[in-house]
Unconditional design. Structure first.
Length: 538
């Protein structure tokens, strides 16, 4: 089936819509080894009547809801000569036969096999000539359950916008599925205006860049003041880094020092200095991916947080630190200095559900130099308080819009040099791992009457950070998705198991194993054959 990607209306009722500067960076950082999309893996209870016809019904269901999210219907229109960021324009048609596919796992259909398939699917870049999203209905899971994998380019949304997108796809109550259409679905998209020509796009791009330049100039004084307030008072203070690192809190119950601006510089650096120690995670990555999941009861994690006057995010970071410490110890590669996590910080205001990226990156110690799990939690708790104080004023002044003239050329060139030159193997890392915590729906979701059991996120590893751990809260659970370069971290499922054990250690019961935690096996199931599209699946 042919997809019409050329003739479309305009992104916003006749006006060219340009992506913001942060969104565009995800386009320019993309390479065959580093596709820049985010996704999710779900497991659904069998719907009434089983899985037969479910994929076709999902295709029709999405077709009926295309107008609920811009992501579904917009595509990229490159600027002439690549002088500035692309525009978003409406696609005249969305080929749902391409965007919503069906695959079947080989027997016995274990969760480990589903992980293997999702890792393979997540390694494939999206087609930039089409709207930047895909979904796959995965049949053949044990007990008649249905897997569901979805991905969207990060240029189109961040984690919180992804939650808003989920609201356009899923329901909060079960409802019967409509009859599935017999023919493949190509949905027409209503749009006003004509497709923008090159001259019109270029003119709009020039105006957009001028507006961005003026806006950045207006915000720059506030940004400089905020950075100065956080950083300048700390300059020349020898004790700042150690205070923010939580040195007084090494023992359980250690008191946190006041979170004032004097520790701002060290807080913004993660409390451990400018550079992170080199580990097996900090290398140039390949195209292959390994994926694993883990689910932890929310009530259990909250109880740990309450006992130690910590936040839920502090507990997540402490568990990640414990898991990575044990994984590196088993390899004989644990560095003396603590690992640092790169941690996305949302810039999104309450109620903002726009489909774009509004985030910045902070660094946080994982206290992997501490053997005591509670001492680790307390150090992270105290360092987190200081980072929040340091970021409070800075993040309100951080621009997501900035002039993009020439950025496509520069960004693509830098990404190519970074990847092909394998610079991540040579340069010291700024962070060891990405850890992200995304608040999700508190109630169960449904797709055509089938209840969603898990909502595991699938994010982005990159050159120099071969492992990404993202957790999303869902219906009383913390659902972890661990995605890694398979060459650097072939045993990502072992890290997931150690993450389960880290929660046990924080809970004060190291002998209980992974009770209450849906952990994967230590090694993935042996591959019998690749999952393949079901007959008639296109």
């Amino acid at each position: 089936m042919q997809h019409d990607a050329g003739d479309g209306g305009l992104a916003t009722g006749g006006a060219v819509g340009f992506m913001n500067g942060l969104d565009a960076l995800f386009l320019y950082l993309e390479s065959p080894e580093t596709p820049m999309h985010v996704g999710s893996m779900h497991v659904f209870e069998p719907p009434a009547g089983g899985a037969e016809g479910f994929a076709a019904a999902v295709r029709a269901h999405i077709g009926a809801r295309l107008d609920r999210a811009d992501v579904f219907t917009r595509r990229l229109a490159p600027m002439p000569l690549g002088l500035a960021n692309p525009a978003w324009v409406h696609a005249a048609e969305v080929d749902l036969d391409h965007h919503v596919r069906r695959m079947r796992l080989p027997e016995p259909g274990t969760l480990a096999q589903c992980h293997d398939l999702v890792g393979s699917l997540h390694a494939r870049p999206l087609d930039v000539s089409r709207p930047l999203w895909e979904m796959v209905v995965i049949e053949g899971l044990e007990a008649g359950r249905i897997g569901f994998y979805a991905k969207v380019h990060h240029a189109g949304l961040d984690g919180q916008a992804g939650v808003a997108l989920a609201q356009a796809v899923y329901d909060v109550a079960a409802r019967a599925a409509p009859p599935a259409p017999a023919q493949p679905v190509v949905s027409s998209v209503s749009a006003s205006g004509d497709a923008p020509g090159a001259v019109r796009v270029a003119a709009a791009g020039a105006r957009h860049n001028a507006a961005q330049l003026l806006g950045l100039g207006a915000r720059l004084p506030g940004l400089l003041r905020a950075v100065a307030q956080a950083v300048v008072p700390a300059l020349g203070r020898d004790d700042a880094a150690s205070a923010v690192a939580g040195a007084p809190a090494d023992a359980p119950g250690g008191a946190a020092a006041p979170a004032d601006a004097s520790g701002g510089a060290a807080a913004l650096l993660g409390g451990e200095g400018l550079l992170a120690p080199r580990t097996a995670l900090n290398v140039s990555i390949s195209r292959r991916r390994a994926f694993a999941t883990l689910s932890v009861p929310m009530a259990r994690a909250r109880a740990i947080a309450q006992r130690h006057d910590a936040s839920l995010n502090d507990v997540v970071l402490a568990a990640c630190g414990g898991a990575l410490r044990e994984w590196l110890l088993a390899r004989g590669e644990l560095p003396a200095e603590s690992l640092l996590a790169a941690m996305p910080v949302s810039l999104r205001r309450a109620g903002d559900t726009s489909s774009n990226t509004q985030a910045m990156m902070a660094r946080m110690t994982l206290a992997t130099d501490l053997a005591d799990p509670l001492a680790r939690l307390h150090r992270i708790r105290d360092a987190s308080a200081r980072i929040k104080g340091a970021l409070r004023d800075v993040k309100s002044a951080v621009p997501t819009e900035f002039p993009s003239l020439g950025l496509p050329w520069l960004g693509n060139a830098l990404a190519a040099v970074w990847g092909r030159g394998r610079l991540a193997n040579r340069l010291p890392p700024l962070a060891n791992v990405i850890v992200s915590n995304v608040p999700g729906p508190a109630v169960p979701l449904y797709l055509l009457g089938a209840r969603m059991l898990h909502y595991w996120p699938v994010s982005i590893p990159y050159h120099g950070v071969a492992l990404n751990i993202t957790v999303q809260s869902y219906a009383g659970s913390l659902d972890f998705g661990l995605i890694a370069c398979r060459r650097a971290v072939p045993d990502v499922d072992a890290i997931a198991l150690r993450l389960a054990q880290a929660f046990d250690a924080l809970d004060g019961d190291p002998e209980r194993g992974a009770a209450g935690i849906d952990a994967p096996p230590v090694r993935p199931a042996r591959r019998r054959r690749r999952a393949a599209p079901s007959r008639g699946a296109r």
